[in-house]
Ligand binder design. Structure first.
Ligand code: ADP
Ligand code: MG
Length: 700
C-alpha cells in the first residue's frame, strides 16, 4: 500500500529529513504525512485594505499602486524603500537585498498585489521583503489560494522543513499518490445522503483548498468521518456486550418497593426521578446486565432513586450495596437510608475501614449468610474479605472518585452472574462528552430539582467588601443559619495553602469571637477521626461556621447551612465551584454563595466566576467548562487519550456528534454485523483501525 511506504522514500525527504520527521512529528509513512493537517491557512483569496494593516507579525494581502521607489543609505545600509497606496491609505515597503534587480523590475505607477508580514518601526507599520506581483487581467483571478500552514519545530526548520518546506512535501505527496491509493471509508449512499465529499477529495482539499468553500467541505467530511467511526465503534462494543452479558432478571416489583413507595416515601417523586426509575426497572428485567450511569445535579435526589433500585433487588431476593467515596458521605447515606426504610424489616449495614473487630465480623457474617439486605460503605466494600450471599446490584456514588479497577472489583462479588451496576455522578458531563466518554454505557439524567428549592444567589466580591460580607454572615447566623468558608488546597502549593487556611481561621476566630460564635475547621491533613468529630459538630449545629478546604466538596448534607463563602475563588475549577455551591440551598431558606476573588483575574478566571454568578444549571456550567478547558482536562477524561481528535472538537461539534451517533445507531439497528454489501467499507475501516482503539470507555 502506497500509504504505508516509509517516508524516506518520498522525493525530497531522504534519511536525514526522515529522521526529524519521525522524531518531531511522528511521521513515519506517506499516510502519516497525509494526516499531518495544516493548523491554519493564509487566505490569499481576499484582499485587505491598507488601512487594515494593524497587527505586527500578521500576514496581509493588499492591492495598490506603487507610488514611490528609491534607494536610501549607502554601503551596507543601502536599501530600497517604497510606498504602496490604495484608497484607504499607504504602507511603507523596504528591501535590504536584491535591490538592483528590484529597481529594474518594479515600476512606480503600476498596480501590484502585495503579500507580506507587517512589522513596526518607529511607531509606523511597514512590510519588509514583500512579495509583489503586477496586476494583470489574467493573474488577478487565478492562483489566489488558501496557503496551508503546517505545525513545524526548530529542528524541522533547520532541515528546511518550515511551514513552506512542509507545504512543498505535501505537494510532492499528492503528485505521487493516485486517488485509488486513498481508500474510501463511507458508502456512496451516505456521501450522497449527507452531502459529504469523497475522502480523496477531502484530503486534497484539507491541504490545498482553493477557497473557503473547499475548506469547509473538506473539514465537514473529515470531521464527520472521525466522529462517526468513533460512535459506530462504541455502539458496536455496547451492542456486543449487551448481547453477551447476561444478568439477573428482576421482574418482580414486590413488598419492599411497594410499601416504601406508598407508606414511607416522604415526598412525591419528581418526573425525572420517576423516568429514571422506569429506565432502571426496564434494565433490571431485561435479562441483560445493567450498566447505567445516572447524572443528576447536586440536590436532584439521586439517593432515593438509588434506594428504590436497591429495593427492586431485595424484592427479587437479592442483596444490594452502595459505595461512597468518603466515610462522611457513606455515613450520611447510611443514616438517611436507615431512617427512610424505618421499620420495614430491612437489615441495612455500614462498613468502612473504621468498622473493626466484632462489629466488622458480625457484618461480614450477615452478608455472607444473606441476612443483611443492604450494605452501605466506603471502598472497604471491595476488599476480598467482603463476601455476599447473592449480590444483585451495586451502586457507586460520585463514580469519578473511584478508579476503574475499584469499580470493577465490585463486579466479581456477584453470585454466578455479575451484579447489575449503577453509577451516579453529580458532576454533570456535557452530552457530547458523555456520548463519547461513556459511549458504551446507558445514561440517565435527572434534570429536574425537587419542587420548592430556591436557587442559590451567587455574588462576586473582593477584599473591599470584606466587612460587608462578614456583616452578612453575622446576620444569617443570627437567623439561626450556618456558614461554610472554603479555602483552596492545591497540592503543589500545599504549605502555602495551609498557612492561608490557618490565617483564615485565625482571622475568623477574631472576627467571630467565642462564645457567641463557634467555629469548626476541617482539612485534608487531619486524621479521619478528628475530621469526623469537627464535621459532626457542624452537622449537629454546635458550630455555626465551618472553615474548610475542599474536603467538604462531596455530598455533605447540612440543610441548615445557607451561606457558602469561597476564598480565592478564581483558583477553583468550575465543576468544583459548582459542587461547593451545591452544599447550600438544601433547605427551605434562601441561600447564598459568595465568591471572594482577587483583584487581578485572568480572562478565563473571570469567565468562570461570571458563569457561576449567571447560572445554577450544572449542565450549562459543564458546557462552559468544556469550552474553557478542552475535553482532555475534564474530570474523568484525563486517562483517555482517545479524546484527541484531528479535527473534531467535542466542545464545538455537538451537532455533528449527535448526528453521527444517530446515523451510526440506525445503521447498526438495520445491519448489526455490517454484513450488507453497502456497509462493506464501514466494516473494512473499523477492522483496519480497530487494533489502535482500546475499550477505554468501560467505567464499571
Ligand atoms: P443528590 O442528588 O445531590 O444526591 P439527595 O439525594 O441528597 O441529592 O437529595 C437532596 C435532598 O432532596 C434530600 O434531602 C432528599 O430527601 C430531598 N429530595 C429528594 N427527592 C425529592 C423529591 N422528589 N421531593 C422533595 N425532596 C426530595
Ligand atoms: Mg448525593
Amino acid at each position: 500500500m502506497p500509504l504505508d511506504t516509509a517516508i524516506e522514500y518520498l522525493k525530497g525527504v531522504g534519511p536525514q529529513r526522515a529522521d526529524v520527521l519521525k522524531k518531531e512529528l511522528g511521521v513515519f509513512t506517506f499516510g502519516d504525512l497525509l494526516f499531518h493537517f495544516p493548523f491554519r491557512y493564509i487566505d490569499r483569496t481576499k484582499f485587505h485594505r491598507i488601512s487594515d494593516i494593524r497587527t505586527e507579525g500578521e500576514q496581509y494581502q493588499v492591492k495598490g499602486i506603487l507610488r514611490r521607489l528609491e534607494t536610501v543609505g549607502s554601503g551596507r545600509a543601502k536599501r530600497l524603500a517604497g510606498t504602496l497606496r490604495d484608497a484607504s491609505g499607504a504602507i511603507e515597503l523596504v528591501w535590504f537585498q536584491g535591490v538592483s534587480w528590484l529597481e529594474r523590475n518594479l515600476h512606480v505607477g503600476k498596480e501590484y498585489v502585495l503579500f507580506g508580514r507587517a512589522s513596526q518601526f518607529n511607531g509606523r507599520f511597514n512590510i519588509a521583503h514583500p512579495e509583489l506581483e503586477e496586476v494583470t487581467p489574467e493573474n488577478i483571478q487565478s492562483a489566489r489560494t488558501f496557503d496551508p500552514v503546517y505545525p513545524s519545530t526548530d529542528k524541522l526548520t533547520q532541515k528546511g522543513l518550515d511551514a513552506r518546506g512542509l507545504r512543498k512535501l505535501l505537494r510532492t505527496l499528492f503528485d505521487t499518490l493516485k486517488p485509488a491509493d486513498i481508500v474510501e471509508t463511507l458508502p456512496d449512499y451516505m456521501q450522497e445522503q449527507y452531502k459529504l465529499i469523497p475522502r480523496w477529495e477531502a484530503l486534497q482539499k484539507i491541504h490545498f483548498p482553493e477557497n473557503q468553500q473547499d475548506l469547509d467541505a473538506a473539514t465537514r467530511r473529515l470531521k464527520f468521518e472521525e466522529l462517526f467511526f468513533m460512535q459506530l465503534r462504541l455502539l458496536q462494543i455496547r451492542r456486543r456486550r449487551k448481547d453477551a452479558s447476561k444478568g439477573f432478571v428482576f421482574d418482580t416489583i414486590g413488598e419492599f418497593f411497594n410499601t416504601f413507595y406508598h407508606d414511607k416515601l416522604p415526598f412525591d417523586l419528581t418526573g425525572a426521578q420517576k423516568r429514571v426509575l422506569k429506565e432502571i426497572r426496564a434494565d433490571l428485567a431485561s435479562g441483560q446486565q445493567m450498566n447505567r450511569l445516572i447524572q443528576g445535579d447536586v440536590g436532584s435526589g439521586k439517593t432515593v432513586v438509588a434506594l428504590m433500585s436497591m429495593l427492586m433487588a431485595l424484592d427479587n431476593g437479592y442483596q444490594a450495596c452502595l459505595m461512597a467515596p468518603t466515610e462522611i458521605l457513606a455515613q450520611q447515606h447510611f443514616e438517611g437510608i436507615t431512617e427512610l426504610v424505618g421499620d420495614m424489616g430491612i437489615n441495612v449495614g455500614f462498613l468502612s475501614g473504621s468498622v473493626k473487630g466484632k462489629k466488622r465480623a458480625a457484618i461480614l457474617e450477615q452478608l455472607a449468610a444473606g441476612d443483611m439486605h443492604i450494605v452501605i460503605g466506603t471502598h472497604a466494600l471491595i476488599e476480598d474479605w467482603v463476601q455476599f450471599q447473592n449480590l444483585g446490584l451495586t451502586i457507586t456514588d460520585e463514580q469519578h472518585r473511584f478508579g476503574v479497577e475499584q469499580r470493577a472489583a465490585l463486579w466479581k462479588k456477584g453470585a454466578g452472574l455479575p451484579p447489575h451496576v449503577l453509577v451516579m455522578t453529580a458532576t454533570p458531563i456535557p452530552r457530547t462528552l458523555a456520548m463519547t466518554l461513556y459511549g458504551d454505557l446507558d445514561v440517565s439524567v435527572i434534570d429536574e430539582l425537587p419542587p420548592g428549592r430556591k436557587p442559590v444567589t451567587t455574588m462576586l466580591k473582593n477584599e473591599h467588601h470584606r466587612l460587608r460580607v462578614q456583616g452578612f454572615m453575622k446576620e444569617e447566623i443570627a437567623k439561626g443559619r450556618q456558614v461554610y468558608v472554603v479555602y483552596p488546597m492545591i497540592e503543589e502549593t500545599e504549605n502555602a495553602d495551609m498557612l492561608n487556611l490557618q490565617a483564615g481561621y485565625d482571622a475568623m476566630s477574631r472576627d467571630f469571637p467565642k462564645p457567641d460564635y463557634q467555629i469548626s475547621i476541617v482539612h485534608g491533613k487531619m486524621k479521619a477521626q478528628e475530621k469526623d468529630y469537627e464535621m459532626q459538630r457542624f452537622v449537629k449545629g454546635e458550630t455555626q461556621i465551618m472553615v474548610a478546604t475542599t474536603v467538604i466538596e462531596v455530598g455533605v448534607n447540612v440543610p441548615n447551612a445557607s451561606v457558602m463563602v469561597i476564598e480565592n475563588a478564581e483558583r477553583f475549577g468550575l465543576s468544583q465551584l459548582h459542587q461547593l455551591r451545591g452544599r447550600v440551598g438544601r433547605g427551605a431558606e434562601q441561600s447564598y454563595c459568595i465568591l471572594m476573588s482577587s483583584f487581578k483575574l485572568s480572562h478565563e478566571g473571570r469567565e468562570r466566576l461570571q458563569t457561576m454568578v449567571r447560572t445554577n444549571d450544572g449542565f450549562e456550567i459543564a458546557e462552559v467548562d468544556l469550552r474553557l478547558r478542552g475535553p482532555g482536562n475534564m474530570e474523568g477524561t484525563q486517562q483517555s487519550g482517545m479524546l484527541r481528535f484531528l479535527l473534531a472538537d467535542l466542545a464545538r461539534d455537538s451537532q455533528v456528534i449527535t448526528a453521527a451517533r444517530e446515523i451510526a445507531a440506525r445503521i447498526l439497528d438495520a445491519d448489526p454485523a455490517l454484513g450488507q454489501p453497502e456497509h462493506q467499507r464501514l466494516r473494512v475501516h473499523l477492522e483496519a483501525t480497530g487494533k489502535e482503539a482500546k475499550v477505554w470507555s468501560r467505567i464499571s
